[in-house]
Structures are given as C-alpha cells and as structure tokens.
Design a binder for this molecule. Sequence first.
Ligand code: ADQ
Length: 750
Amino acid sequence: MRLSLRFVLPLLIALGLLAYAVTPLIEKLTVRWFERDLELRANLIANTINEPLSELLRAGDTSRVQKFFVRIAQDERIFAIAYCASPAEAPLATESLPGGVQCAQLEALADSANQYLPGSTGQLLILARPMATEAAPSGKLILIHDVTFMSRRGAETRRYLFYFFVALGLVVSLITVVIAQLSWRGWMHGLRTMARGEGLMRPSQGFDSPELLPIANDLRALVREIQAEHRSRDEEQVAWTPDTLRDILHRELANQDVIVVSNREPYIHVRNDDAIVIQRPASGLVTALEPVMRACSGTWIAHGSGNADRDVVDARDRINVPVDHPAYMLRRVWLTREEEAGYYYGFANEGLWPLCHIAHVRPTFRTPDFDQYRKVNKRFAEAVVNEATRPDPLVLVQDYHFALLPRLIRDALPDATVITFWHIPWPNPEAFAICPWRDELLDGLLGSSILGFHTQFHCNNFVDTVDRLLEARVDRETFTVSYRRKLTAVKRYPISVDWPPSPELFAKPVDQCRADVRMRHGLPADHAIAIGVDRLDYTKGIEERFRAVERLLEQHPEWVGRFSLLQIAAPTRASIEEYRNYETHVRAEVARINERFSGGLHPPIILEARHHEPAEVYEHFRAAEVCFVSSLHDGMNLVAKEFVSARDDEQGVLVLSQFTGAARELPEALIVNPYDTDQCAAALNIALTMPSRAQRQRMGLMRGLIKEFNVYRWAGRMLIDAATMRRRGQLVDRSPHGHRMPLWPERRAE
Ligand code: ADQ
C-alpha cells in the first residue's frame, strides 16, 4: 500500500496543479468563443433586419421601429437594441436600454477593447453594426447582449472540469496501483528466485522481470556471498581425514597455541614387572583429538593415572608423545588419592554422571567431594596457564570432569578461546536443579566461548536450564547465552568414529572372525550371535538387554540353544559401590537366565567382563549377526557407530536404544525402547531373521552417514568454529568499563 501511495500521491498533486492552471485558460477560451458567437449573431441580425429597418426608418415611423426592436429583443440573450443615426443623436431603442445612454457613448464602447456597458458588472455586451440609410449614412445598429449565461456556463465548465480531473485522477491512480502491484510482484518473484539460488548459473533463469536484468549480476554476487557465509563451512570439505584436520590447523589456526584438557590421558605408562609399557585407552575422544595435537604440536593436559607415569616425565611433568615419533606434549597433572576419590569418583561419577543420565540412579552430592572437584579444576586451570605460550590459547576442555574449568581459564586468560565439549547428556532444568552447586557449575561452563553437545536436544536442555536458573540473556535464534557480559555459543557437534577405520581392525576377514569367535566359545558354525559391548555401567541397560533375550526365548523357543548374546563388558569405576552392585546384579541375571534355559546346548548369554583390545572388539562386531545397544540414556554411544564401521560386508543388524544420541543419526537401525522388553525381544527376532538384502540396504545407508560424518569432522567443525570466532573476536568493542564484548555471536551462530 505504501508503495502504491508513493506513486499515487505525486500523481494526484500533479493533476491538481494542472487543473488549477488549466481552468482559467479554458474559461478565457470559452468566453472568447461565446463573444465570437455573439458577434456572428449580431452580423446575422444586422443583415436580416437591414432592409425592413431601412423601410421603417425611411417611413419615419419610430413607434413601429421600436415595436420591431421589442420583437427582436424577445430573444433572451438580447437585452436591448437601438439605432443610432449619428453619434450626436439620442438612440432609438427598446425601453430596456438604460436611460441617459447616448449614441456617442454606445458607439465608443462598441469600438473599444472592453465592449461591456459600464455599471452592468460585465453582464451587458455592446456590439455595433453599420446600418446606413439615405438619411443617415453613418447610422448604426446597436445590439446589447445579456451575457449572464456566459458566467453560468463558465461555472458549469469549471464544475465539469473539476469532475473530469477527479475522474482522471481516480482512473490513473487505479491503473498506477495495479501496474505498481503487478510490477512489484514480478520483481519480488525475480528477487526471491535469485535468493533461492535458482538461475544463479544461467542469467536467463530467475528473471521474469526484465527490469531486474541490470542488477542481476550484482544480485547473483550478493546471494553467492551470503550463501557462502551461511553454508556450514564443514560442508566444503569432501572427505574428512587426519590430514584435513592438519590443513585446517595450518590454514585457519597457524601458529596458534592449542591445548586439550581431559581427565583421561592419551598414553598411559604402566609398570609390567620390571618393564614400562604404554597403554592406549580405547576412546573416541583420543582418536579424534590426537591428529589435532599431532598437527599443531600442541599440549595435552591430563591426569597422570598410570603407575609408571611419574617415572617418564621431565622436571615439569611433561613428556613428548608418541614416544617413538614425538609430535606433541603430554603434560600430566598428579592427583592424590583423596583428590581422585572426591573429584573423579565422588562428584563427577557419583554426582554429575547420574544427575545427567536419567537412569534412575540417585546422584550423591557430598560437599567434600565438590571441594575436591573445585580444587582439581583449579589445578588444571593452573596447568593451562603454565602451558600457554600466548595470552590467547585455544583450549579444548573435555567433559563433565571440568565444569568449573572454563570460567577459571577465562578469568586467568581473558583472550583465550575455550571450547568445552560435554560428552554426556544434559538433563532438563528440573532434573539439573537438584544439584546443590548448580549455579556454580553453570557459571563455570559459561566461561566457555563455545559449549558443545552431541544432540540439539541436549543443547536445548542446557539453554532451558540457564534460562530457568540464572540471570542470563538467552537468545534462542542464535543459540547463545549472554552472561556476565560474555557470550557463549551452544552448539551441536555429534561425535563419531574413525573413518576409514585403521586397516588392522579389518585384517581378519568376516568369515574368519565368525569362525574364530564361535570356536572360542564352543559354539557351532551356524550359531546366531548378538553382540553387546559396553563399560559395566548402569546407564548402558545391560540388565534390560538380558531380559529382552529372556523374553525372546520365551516367545520364540526355536532360538533356545541356537542363539546367544555375547556381552563384552569392561569393568569400570569399580571403587563406586553402585557399580560394584551393578556388576553383581548383571552376573546374577546372566546366571538366572542361563539356568532357566539350561535345556539348550549353549547358554543364551555369554558374559566376558574384561577390557578387550580394539581389534578384539572389532572381531566380535564382524562375527555377530546383531549388535544390541540398549542404553537407558547415552550422549551418543560410539559402540553403535563402531559396529556399523566394522561391517564392510554390509551385513548385520543394529538394534539401537532410542535414548542414545546415535539413534537420531541412524534411523535405519531397529530403534527400540530398552524399557519395553517385548518390543526389544520382537526387534531381536526381526534382526535375526532379516533377509540379507534388507540388511545390506540398511547397513549401506548407515555406513554412508558415518563415512560422511566421521570423528575428524567432529573435531574439524569445532576448530573451524573456533577459528571463525577468533577472527571475529579481533573486532572487539571495548566498553567504557573496559569489558571486552566480542561482537561475533550476536548475529551469527547456527
Ligand atoms: P562412554 O560412556 O564410554 O562414552 P561409548 O560412546 O559407547 O560410551 O564409548 C565406549 C567406548 O569404549 C567405545 O569405543 C567401545 O568400543 C569401548 N569399549 C566398550 N566396552 C569395551 C570393552 N569391554 N573393551 C574395550 N573397549 C570397550 C561417553 C558418553 C557417550 C559418548 C562418548 C563419546 O557416555 O555417550 O558417545 O563419551 O563422546
């Protein structure tokens, strides 16, 4: 509407001015036309009455002349008529001629430029025509016209002119509005087409409106720029490998100080009799971050947990790793037994772990544990400050052991870029609110520049929690939290596995794996196997898995003796009572169910409660028909992704709990509710009887996803975001109070 007004208003003003200017002109013109008409009429009358009048004058009959004049003057436009024999004589006229008017005066007026009789306020027009007779050769016929009709018609003309311009204005406005709207729609359509990126390559496309052609190139360039800006930069990469991470570091973060902080160290030195051996923890985190550290020669700060760790470090508790080809520095932080008990087993694993996992195990909060947690976080913060060679290191803080660390780093190194990744779920605000130190934990985490979770659901929960519990400004469009004049972007980075997996994990062909695993457990070659691989943790739903197997055998007795669940369970956190109890329950369940189906030749559940090397784990994945992941709650669950990556034969079925982050990425798995025993048993039966072709289809799709979204992409996306943030951070606004307010995330955060 405003657009139409912009066209219509000037148009109406122009029309108004035109009407104002044209009206007097037209009036003048019409007056001139009327006067000319009257002159013609006067000629006509003069010519017509010439003869009879001459007769009457000659006869000297003035009364008949007057009667004759009265007859002529009956015409409404003739006011009076007179005959002047000479200027000196009195006129012979109708009575309507104003008294006292002399011939000289009448003739003079008729010859003048203004032919109107004075005093008649311009209503009486005087016209003289020669009317020569023998007696009066210079005689004149004087016709006095009543021209009031002219002003009446003038008023009428003005009125019609007004109506005409109003009608013209309306019609032209209507046409203008319609054309403006149609053109506007055309332009908008053209612009929208461009904005969608259609017709970007072919100039002819996307432009129904030729008017846009002159700016088409500019528009295209602008749209491309915006698209490039908004496209997630990790999409530009075709394949993600350790080399890709190296390239990103060299390109985007050259000469930057990169520091990783995690509880678990990537290399553990363990005394084995008199020798010191190096153990590598089987951990997705280590797999992903090690190439980053190798590429940037950074520093990894971790708890020195190996019993020979102290024997191999230098005076500053550092060791170059890998020992055979040193590429980066491992800085070990020592913890006393008390510290480890309070910080790691106590607050982190008896408090935060059950708090964040909805697995119906009550968190235990003890003040001394939290004191240790606080103390250890400070110790790691000191280590970060000591290891930083610049005031603005890039620090990657890993997991729930270090919720307070980001704030401590931020206080000590305000220019640091801190990326914190929370590997476990984040609960809803009500659940989190039971923690006595909830505000301190949130405050600690909001010291991060970026806070990452596996799923959007956990990002949402975190933002809701902050919104509910802190005086912070939450922006749900950009997913940022503004707290203590600092912005934290909350982002989703789903972790994944190494792709392509290391060749040694695939060295043994699938058939060989099948045969070896079955032989090792005394099972026949055609025995069906489902595999479970977990730490012995109550969140993994191991008991629920066993109950699903029991139900399967109840409902489908044909599987008794022909099917086994092979559970590989790594003991974990054994100093925590809850975990010890859990292991006891798990073992009791295995015994009970195996006893119940002891009629079969082979036990339905085989439990191997020990740590396995990655190659052994992969051998089991490759030997099984089914992998059963039944976590009650899990941030991601790497076992599910490892199973998919292990099956290069595209066979095998994944039964996956809906409460894992992985379930959001792998919908081709058989998704189950681990609390629903019947559903899990049915899924197991479907998995065990699924035709090979259907298995191939599902597995192919899942492998495609993991190939595209591997662990290097997980780390790479964080590095790219960190680099972008650092570049934008250079545009800082120093507020009058000296606070640094990075400008970047206000408008940009996916
Ligand atoms: P975890 O709870 O440890 O990880 P998960 O993601 O499944 O769970 O990773 C377990 C790893 O340990 C896998 O690599 C697996 O192969 C290995 N593993 C399990 N049992 C083993 C055994 N018996 N022997 C040897 N290796 C074994 C936490 C979160 C997860 C999140 C990860 C990564 O709880 O939700 O996916 O971090 O962020």
